[in-house]
Design a protein around this ligand. Structure first.
Ligand SMILES: Cc1ncc(COP(=O)(O)O)c(C=O)c1O
Length: 432
């Protein structure tokens, strides 16, 4: 008898990391393993789950759709779940964002945005405007283009030759600002760096891509809305397309439906994924303004956006997304979000007294502590110790190196969230 294939797990070192845990079933914020363990999912399974695992409303919507039609090619065709999602999202997005392009996940939503920005200028007869600006500490995904705009990291290191060049500007990562500099001066310095670049290269720069207000995989870095607003102004002044990568921040994570709303900023394009289907099925969307789409509305076939993935606009994923949006309409989701945010604030305040805690950061449902480390960064030796400790204590938390963060499904109860923080506190007290 032949052996089964071995699953190659993502972001996992087969020698150094613990063996995968076999999950048999999941419900609410809980994962139930084959061995009978119960694990609290405090990271929403890579930030995708909003309304709880195995949410019955989303599960039923997918089942119902599967009996009717699972999938149909979206080139030349459309269908009710996709059209319904387009009108459902209409209610939440700024009216200026008018056209939606489907893709498969966060990385492809980003790829679409970048390609749209470059072709936008090409269609307008300005092909020289093709370069891209991105932020330090940014992360936008693992495909080649998304990896190019992401900052250098252990994730991208072996692929230096594959990544195209981008201009990279500093993020106002206040905790790491130069010693002796005030926060205000540092924000100004970061804005100044962007202003100078756009001023000098406005003829060649097509777009700026950023994660609004929260740089997630880069270390849960929360930066001031003022920077985002100034970046918007500068993009407008220099005719640069602003791409907001809300793959993580979308769907309530930061307290508002979208982080850009929190800052009062209108991007030219917004990338959504992760929570869009409530965490049930993969889907990406890129939504752009009428101005961007108008450059593609042409009798010249060369102005067409020749891009599309096989599962574009998948009907089951659309059904899941529609059910998730319906939950936002029918259930007190923003009350749940506010309750999480309140506990985050209360519990994070208690970490400030630990010597090993350098900074605590919060935005909405995301609460983080950055630990002081000689080897700060994703490969910090703190990470495996913390990860194991949390799992031994029945909590799934995946520190980003020396940054420990909580990003739970919105259905987590107050008791469950306190339990997560209790375990975090015990870890900080006993491990370092
Ligand atoms: C801000 C941001 N953009 C893009 C991505 C990539 O999404 P995906 O993993 O679905 O390709 C991520 C994933 O963590 C993300 O956080």
């Amino acid at each position: 008898m032949s052996l089964p294939l071995k699953i190659w797990h993502p972001f996992t070192n087969a020698v150094l990391d613990p063996s995968p845990i076999f999950v048999e079933r999941a419900e609410g914020a809980w994962l139930y393993t084959r061995e009978g363990r119960e694990i609290l999912d405090a990271v929403s399974s890579w930030w995708v789950n909003l309304h709880g695992h195995a949410n019955p409303r989303i599960a039923a919507a997918i089942a119902e759709q599967a009996r009717k039609m699972e999938h149909v090619i979206l080139a030349g065709f459309t269908h009710e779940p996709a059209e319904r999602l387009a009108s459902g999202l209409r209610k939440w997005l700024r009216p200026e964002l008018t056209h939606l392009f489907f893709s498969d996940d966060g990385s492809t939503a980003v790829e679409v945005a970048l390609k749209l920005a470059v072709q936008y200028f090409s269609n307008l007869g300005r092909p020289a405007k093709k370069e891209i600006v991105a932020l330090e500490h940014g992360y936008h995904g693992d495909t080649a283009g998304a990896m190019s705009v992401s900052d250098d990291s252990p994730f991208t290191d072996p692929f230096r030759a594959m990544r195209y060049a981008v201009y990279r500007v500093p993020t106002p990562y206040l905790y790491r600002r130069p010693e002796g500099m005030t926060e205000a001066a540092y924000i100004e310095q970061c804005v100044g760096a962007l202003a100078e670049l756009l001023e000098e290269k406005s003829e060649s720069i097509a777009c700026l891509i950023l994660e609004p207000l929260l740089q997630a995989a880069g270390g849960m870095i929360v930066y001031p809305a003022e920077y985002l607003r100034k970046a918007r102004e500068l993009c407008t002044r220099h005719d640069v397309v602003l791409i907001a990568d809300e793959v993580l921040t979308g769907f309530g994570r930061t307290g508002k439906m979208f982080a850009c709303d929190l800052a009062g900023v209108l991007p030219d394009m917004i990338c959504l994924s992760k929570g869009i289907t409530g965490g049930f099925l993969p889907m990406g969307v890129t939504v752009c303004t009428d101005r961007v789409e108008a450059a593609f509305r042409s009798e010249d076939r060369m102005h067409t956006f020749y891009h599309g993935h096989s599962y574009t606009g998948n009907a089951l994923a659309c059904a899941a997304a529609n059910a998730s949006l319906q939950i936002f309409e029918d259930e007190p989701v923003f009350d749940r979000i506010a309750a999480i945010a309140k506990i985050n604030a209360e519990r994070l305040a208690q970490f400030k007294d630990f010597a090993v805690v350098g900074e605590t950061r919060q935005i909405g449902t995301m609460g983080a502590i950055e630990l002081r480390a000689e080897d700060a960064g994703y490969l910090s030796a703190m990470r495996p110790k913390l990860y194991r400790f949390f799992l031994e204590h029945g909590v799934l938390l995946r520190p980003l190196g020396n940054v420990v963060y909580v990003l739970p499904p919105y259905v987590i109860s107050a008791d469950e969230l306190h339990r997560v923080y209790d375990v975090m506190e015990e870890a900080v007290q006993t491990l370092f």
